[in-house]
Design a binder for this molecule. Structure first.
Ligand code: SIN
Ligand code: FE2
Length: 212
């Protein structure tokens, strides 16, 4: 097998372009479509001070709402979220093996599926509602985006801007696990409809909640 060129963006933060095959992307799109319909349908998350996120989100395994994880989506329809599938655990382990050369017991138990239309953005934030420092595995499908990967101290510089395309893997763990990151821009019309996603961008982040 020819190894894909990957780039270390910061210590512990690895970008692997073109990691997912088109068939794997199609499978993920199908799975996300299914999750989007329920038991807890995809929706715009409402923030504690009344703001509404521009991305639409559906969760698997654990339900995320700002700023905690629960099994039941009290803020949507009171239903329990779909189970985290075993095949996604396998995918997460493969991602870690690609990024770091080993997966040492990595067992993600939640995934946040975010759908971005052409106008959606995500501000700089840390993923810190998990009680585990295990790496986050991010998979992108559809339109390209500008992904900003920063530092653990501030929302601002220094940061590195990376263009994430359909099929790309991005893993952040180790010293980069709690780095600020965000999506300042999506590039509409850049995705391959062959993924099954006619427009927009899908991002799936797998995490270990450390909850039980
Ligand atoms: C996130 O930070 O949860 C999403 C990142 C992305 O959409 O690439
Ligand atoms: Fe995040």
């Amino acid at each position: 097998m020819i190894p894909l060129p990957s780039r270390e963006i910061a210590p512990g933060a690895v970008h692997v372009p073109g990691w997912l095959t088109l068939e794997e992307q199609r499978r993920l799109v199908r799975a996300c479509r299914e999750w989007a319909t329920g038991p807890v349908p995809i929706r715009h998350t409402v923030l504690p001070r009344g703001g509404v996120m521009s991305v639409r989100t559906v969760c698997v395994g654990w339900h995320w709402q700002p700023y905690k994880y629960t099994r039941v989506a009290e803020d949507v329809n009171g239903r329990r979220v779909a189970d985290f599938p075993e095949w996604m655990v396998g995918l997460g382990r493969r991602a870690l093996t690609t990024a770091y050369g080993e997966a040492a017991g990595y067992t993600p138990d939640t995934a946040l599926v975010n759908f971005y239309d052409g106008q959606a953005r995500m501000g700089m934030h840390q993923d810190k509602d998990e009680r585990s420092a295990a790496p986050v595995v991010s998979l992108s499908i559809g339109d390209d985006c500008l992904f900003r990967f920063g530092n653990t101290e501030t929302r601002g510089r220094p940061y590195t801007d990376v263009r994430l395309s359909s099929g790309d893997l991005f893993v952040f763990g180790g010293p980069s696990r709690f780095a600020y990151h965000g999506v300042p821009k999506v590039y509409p019309g850049t995705g391959d409809p062959g993924t099954g996603l006619a427009e927009g961008r899908l991002n799936i982040t797998m995490r270990v909640t450390g909850l039980r």
